[in-house]
Design a protein around this ligand. Structure first.
Ligand SMILES: [Zn+2]
Length: 338
């Protein structure tokens, strides 16, 4: 009481009309528990970050590849792009996630939504591997992904074939996802670093059309840091996302990483009216994500960074985007508990 009277007095004395920001609760639809070396700060740090910023729920996945420390490289790399060494598909990532989640007390387990990611998306045996993993811990995994397909430099250094979202192996995975009612998160870049057109879009669009019963989450709507180093902003992104949302009711957009700036917010942090309009038009189809990898210090700041954009939305839509839309696409049994 005293504090609020003090605040009121302060506002009055400053001559401002003080409208406090909405008190959002969040779901983070895109967290990697480990980094490209399969290392993690651990669950305590993750929950510290979630609790400090009202992040009630989070998707949690591993990283499907491990970066090699090659003997030709002068020092141990710190990121996958740190040197010329390759990366290889790494299934144990799911074991790290499963063990870490299963060791948590029940109330914390309920807040995490594990997605299975450790398989080679060019191998037509991938669906058989995923099925064995799903059966190993029945009901544990609540989604599949983030599946790395077109991923600029990462694609180039990953050993073996480059995955496409529309290849034969993933077609089999989508059938499995439909069978288990699991959402699928796809990292499928909309283009290459240099092409100023949606070069790879058809690879995403084909499964959207062919698998209407699978809920697809398109990670950061096909944008990436590398693309933006070469092309400041993709002019065709907004009309493309708009067309896809109208055409495919099974498509959901993860607003993480390179989508927040420069698309949702401009360089000065002002919300982009055309994106506000699009999200208001499709209030159930967008969700927030941090896309942190193994370290959680920046988690709260990243998620709270969306608040200026949320504040520009209709209040009901803002609440859905901030928290509820992610929970609504989880499989039935998981959704029922929220
Ligand atoms: Zn990611």
């Amino acid at each position: 009481m005293f504090a609020s009277r003090l605040l009121l007095t302060l506002c009055l004395s400053l001559g401002t009309t003080f409208a406090p920001a909405a008190d959002y609760h969040f779901s983070d639809a895109h967290i990697h528990y480990v980094d490209f070396f399969q290392e993690s700060e651990g669950m305590e740090r993750l929950f510290e970050a979630m609790d400090a910023s009202n992040i009630d729920h989070a998707m949690i996945s591993g990283i499907a590849v491990a970066k090699k420390w090659h003997e030709d490289e002068p020092k141990r790399p710190r990121y996958y792009a740190g040197d010329d060494a390759g990366a290889y598909w790494f299934s144990a990532t799911d074991v790290f996630v499963a063990e870490a989640v299963r060791a948590l007390p029940e109330d914390r387990q309920r807040r995490l939504h594990p997605f299975l990611t450790g398989f080679n998306p060019t191998d037509k045996n991938a669906d058989a591997h995923i099925r064995r993993m799903l059966e190993l811990h029945p009901g544990f995994w609540q989604g599949i992904g983030e599946i790395f397909t077109r991923h600029d430099d990462l694609t180039a250094i990953t050993y073996g074939d480059t995955p496409r979202a529309n290849n034969e192996a993933l077609t089999r995975v989508y059938h499995l996802a439909a069978e288990y009612d699991l959402p699928v998160m796809l990292h499928s870049n909309i283009t290459s670093k240099r092409e100023r057109n949606p070069l790879y879009l058809h690879e995403l669009e084909e499964p959207l059309r062919n698998h209407p019963h699978v809920r697809f989450i398109w990670a950061h709507a096909g944008t990436s840091m590398e693309i933006h180093r070469h092309q400041e902003k993709l002019d065709f992104l907004l009309p493309t996302v708009e067309r896809l949302l109208d055409a495919y009711p099974n498509l959901y957009i993860d607003l993480s990483w390179t989508l927040r700036t420069p698309y949702l917010l401009d360089a000065k942090g002002r919300p982009a009216p055309e994106w506000v309009k699009l999200v208001n038009k499709h209030p159930t189809r967008f969700m927030l994500g941090s896309d942190v990898v193994g370290r959680f210090g920046s988690l709260g700041e990243t998620i709270r960074g969306f608040v200026p954009f949320l504040d520009a939305l209709e209040p009901d839509t803002a609440r859905k985007v901030a928290r509820d839309n992610f929970l609504a696409i989880l499989p039935d049994p998981a959704r029922a508990k929220r």
